[in-house]
Design a protein around this ligand. Structure first.
Ligand SMILES: *Cc1c(COP(=O)(O)O)cnc(C)c1O
Length: 376
């Protein structure tokens, strides 16, 4: 490797092993697919329509969508989806479908929503209102009700968080449905942003309500987060009727223009498919259980050190008082205001958590000694 490239690889490898604050699984290896790096691959157009250009992995992409349909309590007869470039594209797509259903709609979402959603709404030029969040990151239902009473004559799009970025909070679909009934809102659309929790929530007991069995219209999931991989990717799924509403046939590529981008990544469906083949539903369930155990351990140990740690129910995200900048930097902890978090992803070794805990303990001890000296 050229030395510049070698340097970059070394930096990425070290950082990738060290970070504790990001929701990206680390336990993957796709080097067996290296031969695919030397050929043209492109999944251009609709994943179900073959293209005139036969250099795609759509068969595997379809396999992934079928797996996710089952995981999300439905079948491929009722829903449609494709492999995206990540959660952001999936959320953009869900909002796009919502706007095509109800051009006059108002979009409601909580202040804990991922930063990219504001931009998506701007791109789509949709009316939107930010709803307050509770302390745990969940949407404030009372605030939502108050806002809705003013706009009850308009169609409503509920953009729900199934796992917020900072605290992994889940908006309660039952409470949202109650509000819809209470105000007799006739025209509504529900999109679930399950970027991180999409492949986790189905295996948590009790299972958070967010899937097609609950009547949601679309769901976005990130592929490079809990499943993991070297290239950002994701899945978006929607009721088939929504996709049919926007389908336009394009003769140049001989396929339907149902996706956001034209040319699409053919490698990521291959990686996702290999992951699902290897792990299946049972494997995903085990991954979730292992990660939950590590999160519980981390929370307990942090509290022994007086770190004020807490988790939303069974979350893999452990929230605690923000430590010094030096520790945040060393362990690449994401922080917001005065809280930080560690996300217990697959591939994160317990030894890494223990090393972090030792550094934190040391810092607390030095801090206490300094405080005693000041008093003396
Ligand atoms: C990560 C994340 C996103 C964005 O997903 P990308 O795959 O990074 O585009 C959106 N929403 C939530 C809740 C997320 O955690």
């Amino acid at each position: 490797m050229m030395s510049k490239i070698q340097e970059i690889y070394t930096r990425i490898k070290e950082s990738s092993d060290a970070f504790l604050g990001y929701p990206l699984a680390k336990d993957f290896s796709y080097s067996q697919f290296a031969p695919f790096l030397d050929v043209c691959i492109n999944n251009v157009g609709d994943p179900e329509a073959s293209s005139t250009l036969s250099i795609d992995t759509k068969e595997l992409e379809q396999g992934c969508i079928e797996f996710f349909a089952e995981m999300l309590s439905t079948s491929i007869d009722n829903v449609w989806g494709y492999v995206t470039n990540g959660g952001t594209e999936g959320n953009l797509y869900g909002l796009y479908l919502a706007r095509e259903c109800f051009p006059e709609a108002v979009v409601y979402y909580s202040e804990s929503t991922h930063y990219s959603v504001k931009k998506n709404l701007h791109l789509l030029n949709m009316r939107n209102i930010v709803v307050r969040s509770q302390d745990n990151g969940e949407i404030d239902y009372q605030d939502l009700e108050q806002i809705l009473t003013i706009h009850r004559d308009k169609p409503a799009v509920f953009f729900l968080n199934i796992g917020t970025t900072m605290t992994e909070a889940v908006d309660d679909l039952d409470r949202i449905k109650e509000i819809i009934r209470k105000y007799a809102i006739k025209d509504y659309y529900i999109h679930c942003d399950a970027a991180f929790l999409g492949t986790i929530a189905p295996f948590v007991t009790p299972k958070p309500k967010f899937d097609f069995a609950e009547g949601v219209d679309s769901i976005a999931i990130s592929g490079h987060k809990f499943m993991g991989g070297p290239i950002p990717c994701g899945i978006v799924m929607c009721k088939r009727a929504h996709r049919n509403r926007i389908a336009n046939s394009i003769s140049y590529v001989g396929t339907l223009d149902t996706t956001i981008t034209g040319s699409r990544n053919g490698l990521t469906p291959l990686f996702l498919w290999a992951f699902l083949e290897k792990h299946g539903m049972e494997g995903l369930k085990k991954r979730v259980e292992n990660s939950q155990q590590l999160a519980k351990y981390t929370e307990e140990k942090l509290n022994e050190l007086g770190g004020n740690a807490w988790r939303n129910k069974e979350a893999l995200t452990v929230v605690f008082d923000k430590p010094s900048e030096a520790i945040c930097e060393k362990y690449q902890l994401a922080s917001e205001n005065d809280i930080a978090h560690i996300i217990c992803v697959p591939g994160l070794e317990k030894e890494r958590i223990d090393a972090f805990l030792m550094d934190l303990e040391q810092e607390i001890r030095e801090h206490n000694t300094a405080a005693l000296e000041v008093m003396a």
